[in-house]
Design a protein around this ligand. Structure first.
Ligand SMILES: [Zn+2]
Length: 239
């Protein structure tokens, strides 16, 4: 299984290794999550330059190693520089990268996840619509098989009652009577926004001002992801 291979990937994160190297984690199109050493990347003369920064999409060539691969060539496909230069965009991009890092499996291709991530980063940069991030969280959960119940009470299945809370254990919204037993309050506008995001109305959802309802959907998405991953999404603390 050794040898050279080519693929394209998004840089999820990088960590220092020794004096001059970095370990770069990619989500690749054809090989799933890949961790590879970029040798000499921290030297000013590095052939990789600034091409391996989180959010960058690159064409890469790697040498397959036993544990870590070694990056041998990199070419920028989408620098996504605006995402690193604008703090508010960066704080909305990094939690998506962290969530993908948690969910993606090493060497298991997941083209749907790859397309979702590259699309979300592009939209975030082009439209500066920070609602991309909560929409991404909910779509990621959906891709993982978690489809929240939004059109009726998740506990008693009553569709006529007013829906006032969201319960992570039940996996959906609760009516007022059932909400007495738990769940987090959810406003009607946040619920409307979530329905738009998850049921094909993403473009209209992104046009919404990123105010109260957007923040609510974002925080709820973070909690739902953390519940699903059974760990904290550290970078989401900035949202
Ligand atoms: Zn109910």
């Amino acid at each position: 299984m050794s040898g050279l291979y080519r693929d394209e990937g998004v840089v999820l994160r990088t960590i220092k290794l020794g004096e001059a190297d970095r370990i770069v984690t990619f989500l690749t199109l054809g090989h799933g999550k890949v961790r590879a050493v970029a040798k000499g990347i921290r030297k000013t003369t590095s052939k990789f330059g600034a091409r391996l920064e989180p959010t960058s999409r690159v064409a890469l060539q790697c040498y397959r190693g036993r544990e870590l691969d070694v990056v041998t060539q990199v070419e920028t496909l989408e620098a996504n520089r605006v995402l690193r230069e604008d703090y508010s965009l960066l704080t909305h991009a990094v939690p998506m990268l962290e969530a993908v890092d948690q969910v993606a499996q090493e060497r298991e291709p997941n083209p749907a996840l790859y397309r979702m991530l590259t699309g979300a980063l592009r939209t975030l940069g082009e439209r500066r619509a920070t609602l991309v991030t909560p929409a991404f969280f909910w779509k990621l959960l959906s891709l993982e098989g978690f489809h929240p119940v939004l059109d009726g009470c998740a506990r008693c299945e009553d569709a006529d009652e007013e829906l006032v809370a969201f319960d992570l254990e039940e996996g959906g919204v609760l009516c007022r009577a059932c909400a007495r037993g738990g769940g987090r309050p959810i406003s009607e506008s946040a619920l409307t926004l979530m329905r738009l995001m998850l049921h094909g109305g993403l473009n209209s959802a992104l046009a919404e001002p990123s105010g109260g309802a957007g923040h609510e959907v974002e925080q709820l998405g973070i909690r739902a992801l953390e519940h699903h991953m059974e760990r904290r999404l550290r970078s989401a603390a900035l949202l």
